[in-house]
Design a protein. Structure first.
Length: 169
């Protein structure tokens, strides 16, 4: 496995629509393994292939149990409710915005061997599904919020929402 370089906002690769994966081969598995290692090192909860310069419909999400979910050619097939909260991105280091997303989503995707599956989750993980799948169509969360928070606004948000920042075991 290897750590890949995460591209940052301003790189045109982040605005491209990614192509579907058609071959579920060793090369894909290496990409997925590298992405998991890169995500772990960066300390995030999700990473999309375009963020490491690969324009393919591949992303990974770490769920609330700490498990890495690999999504190949994912599609959101169901949405329920709404949540508004803080969102960040490894391609926009150190900055955050307030974004409204569905509270619960259902995703259909393929696994690393091409087998279709469906997965449903809520709260932070649902937000993460939306965020990562957005990357595959060239969207950053900044497309869905009016501005990036200033340091003062971020401090205020953290003060007002302490429950969102409790450390998980
Ligand atoms: Ni992101």
């Amino acid at each position: 496995m290897a750590i890949r370089k995460i591209v940052e906002r301003g790189d045109p690769v982040l605005q491209k629509v990614c192509r579907p994966v058609t071959e579920f081969n060793k090369r894909l598995h290496i990409l997925l393994d590298d992405m998991a290692e890169t995500l772990e090192k960066a300390g995030g909860v999700g990473l999309a292939a375009p963020q490491v310069g690969i324009l393919r419909r591949v992303c990974i999400v770490e769920d609330s149990e700490g498990e890495i979910i690999e999504l190949i050619n994912p599609e959101i097939i169901g949405e329920e409710g709404e949540q508004t909260g803080l969102e960040g991105c490894l391609s926009i280091p150190g900055r955050y915005g307030i974004v409204t997303r569905p509270y619960r989503v259902r995703v259909r995707a393929q696994d690393r061997d091409g087998v279709f599956f469906e997965i449903e989750d809520e709260s932070v993980t649902a937000r993460c599904f939306c965020h990562e799948i957005g990357h595959l169509d060239g969207h950053l969360y900044t497309d869905y919020c009016d501005h990036l928070l200033t340091d003062e606004e971020l401090d205020q948000y953290i003060k007002d929402h302490p429950e969102e920042f409790e450390e998980d075991e």
